[in-house]
Design a protein around this ligand. Sequence first.
Ligand code: MN
Length: 248
Amino acid sequence: MSGSALRGIDAHCHFDLYPDPEAMIRNAESAGVAAIAVTNAPSVFPHMVRFAAQHEQIHPALGLHPELAVERASELEMFRSLAQQTPFIGEVGLDGTKDDPEHRAQQRSVFSEVLRVCRSAGGKVLTVHSRRAAPEVVEMIGAGFPGTVILHWFSGSQSTAREALRRGMFFSVNLAMLRSRSGRALVGMLPRDRVLTETDGPFMKVDMRSAVAEDVFSCLPGLAKTWNVTPAEAGSIVLANFARCLHS
Ligand code: MN
């Protein structure tokens, strides 16, 4: 299906991790939500491409999640070859939750190769995980990255966020962030032209259930309040930001 008016953006959704991925994609599209359909391993990407076929607002992304950096390291070669097929890359990044130096080293090695591939191709749109590793993620991406970087569910410090902003990065914000004091403080310091919405569905919970892509609309009242605009205006700002992500 195509031609339905675009009304919302889910910059980070794991459609493949719901029991019926294709139904979730149809629902998102009927609601007018464009999405970056992230995957956690290269071998999953071809399935996502199949799920999203005929849905032009659902953008399959090639990923290698940091928490899978050891068990899926053998898929790096597949990552390199599939990267030629799509501008969308994610979920990638670093995760510092587990205190395991060897795992961290392997994560860094995978993420550094991911970044090398993206730099050499240019024009990629990355959705990046940085839980408990934000300074290192921002440092590794560096300045002058030739593409678009979206920091997803960012929970780092405001000084790291400022460094990311100086380097041109975007932030995808979800309802859980807008419901937390630290998340609202972060959103309050972000220039409105760097903010996108996301669900991280099905991982983020909304009122005890797994979030779905259409839940991005629930972010708009919070963003509207922060920006002192109407929810409809907040929605238009997010749509315009996403359009810039795709063309910068
Ligand atoms: Mn995720």
